[in-house]
Design a protein around this ligand. Structure first.
Ligand code: TXA
Ligand code: MG
Length: 320
C-alpha cells in the first residue's frame, strides 16, 4: 500500500522520508513540475530500485536533484553559461546537462554510463528534503513507465497502489509539466527537451538561440548509443561454459566457474536489482584488465533483466 504523508508546516514529514532515503528506498516527492520517484543518487542499488518500481524498460539517465548550487558543483562542471542559467532559473523547472565533475559521486546507473549529468534544483519542500539528506536525489517522474506524469499525491498513490511506497503530499504541482532540459557542454547550449521553463525565457537570458540536437547524434536518446556502453574488450554473450583462463561477467549462484581466469558476479544471489546496480561498474572493472574478450553469462530476460540485456546487447554490437 502506498502511504501518503502530508507535508505540514511543522516538518513532521521529514523524519520518515529521511529514514526511507537512508535505507536506500525510493520516496515519492512533490516538485514544482511533477511528482518524482526519488532515491539517493549516489547509491546504485537505490537507483536500481527506482527503475524496478517504474518498470522502466531501459536505463534512461535520471535527473539529479540538488538543494544548492554548491551541491550541484560537486556533481557537474559548470561553464560560465551554465552557471548563469543555474543562478537565473534555480530553483525551478530547468535541468542542466553538464559534464560529470571529476569526483562526481552519482551512481553510473543514474547517469546511464554517460560522461554528463542532468542536474536540477527544485523549489519548496523537495529542496528542504534534499538539504536535510545532504546528498542529491535521482528522480524520474513518479509514474509507471508509459503512463502520464503525476501532478498530485493521489495520482502517485493510485499508480502505485500495491507498492510499499511513502508518498509525500505537497498538493498539486504548480508547473505540472516536466522541466526543460538544456545541455551545456563544449561551449554550446542545446535544447534536449522543452518543458516548464520556456525556450524564449532561456534564450533571452542567455543572449543566444538554443541549438537543436542533431537527430542522428543520439543526444536526444542518451544512453541509446552502443558506444556509450561499449568496453574496449569485445563482449561474448550467453556464455554457459567459460573458456579456460577467460575473463567472465557472471550472474547468479548456480554455475561452475573454476576455469575462469578472473570473474566478477553481477549478483551472486541472482537478484536483478543488484545486478543492474553493478552492471556498469563491473564492466568497467573487467575492461580495465584489458582482457580482449569479456564473456558474459546469461541474465534472465524479466523485469530489470530486459534493461540489463538491452545494454549488454548494445555493448556487444559490432562497432563503428
Ligand atoms: O521535471 C522533471 O524533470 C521531472 C521532475 C521529477 O524533476 N523529472 C523527469 O524525469 O521528467 P524523467 O526521468 O521523466 O526525464 C528525464 C529526462 C530523460 O528524458 C533523460 O533522457 C534526460 O532527462 N536526461 C537526464 N540525464 C541526462 C544526460 N546526462 N544527458 C541527456 N539527457 C539526460
Ligand atoms: Mg517521465
Amino acid at each position: 500500500m502506498a502511504r501518503i504523508v502530508a507535508i505540514d508546516g511543522d516538518g513532521k514529514w521529514l523524519a520518515p522520508a529521511l529514514d526511507e532515503l537512508a535505507a536506500g528506498r525510493a520516496v515519492a516527492i512533490p516538485t514544482e513540475t511533477v511528482y518524482g520517484l526519488a532515491a539517493d543518487a549516489t547509491d546504485g542499488r537505490a537507483v536500481a530500485g527506482i527503475f524496478a518500481l517504474k518498470g522502466r524498460p531501459s536505463f534512461n539517465p535520471l535527473i539529479c536533484h540538488v538543494a544548492s548550487f554548491a551541491m550541484a558543483e560537486t556533481l557537474g562542471s559548470f561553464d560560465d553559461a551554465a552557471r548563469r542559467l543555474a543562478q537565473a532559473f534555480w530553483p525551478g523547472p530547468l535541468t542542466l546537462v553538464v559534464p560529470r565533475a571529476p569526483d562526481c559521486p552519482v551512481s553510473e546507473l543514474a547517469t546511464a554510463g554517460l560522461d554528463t549529468v542532468g542536474i536540477r534544483m527544485p523549489a519548496g519542500p523537495a529542496a528542504r528534503l534534499i538539504g536535510a539528506f545532504g546528498r542529491p536525489l535521482a528522480a524520474p517522474s513518479a509514474n509507471p513507465s508509459g503512463r502520464i506524469s503525476p501532478t498530485t499525491a493521489g495520482h502517485v498513490a493510485g499508480d502505485f497502489a500495491d507498492a510499499d511506497l511513502l508518498v509525500l503530499d505537497g498538493g498539486p504541482c504548480p508547473v505540472g509539466i516536466e522541466s526543460t532540459i538544456v545541455k551545456c557542454a563544449d561551449g554550446r547550449l542545446t535544447l534536449l527537451r522543452p518543458g516548464g521553463a520556456s525556450r524564449e525565457a532561456i534564450e533571452q537570458f542567455a543572449g543566444r538561440k538554443l541549438e537543436t540536437p542533431m537527430p542522428e547524434s543520439g543526444v536526444e536518446a542518451p544512453g541509446m548509443l552502443a558506444s556509450h556502453y561499449a568496453p574496449n574488450a569485445a563482449l561474448r554473450l550467453d556464455t554457459t561454459a567459460c573458456p579456460s583462463g577467460a575473463t567472465l561477467l557472471a550472474f547468479g549462484p548456480d554455475r561452475e566457474r573454476k576455469q575462469a581466469g578472473f570473474a566478477l558476479n553481477l549478483s551472486p544471489k541472482g537478484d536483478l536489482q543488484e545486478a543492474a546496480a553493478n552492471l556498469y561498474g563491473h564492466l568497467k572493472a573487467l575492461d580495465a584488465r584489458s582482457p580482449g574478450v569479456i564473456h558474459v553469462e546469461p541474465v534472465p530476460d524479466t523485469g530489470l533483466g530486459h534493461a540489463i540485456n538491452d545494454r549488454l546487447r548494445r555493448a556487444a554490437a559490432p562497432r563503428g
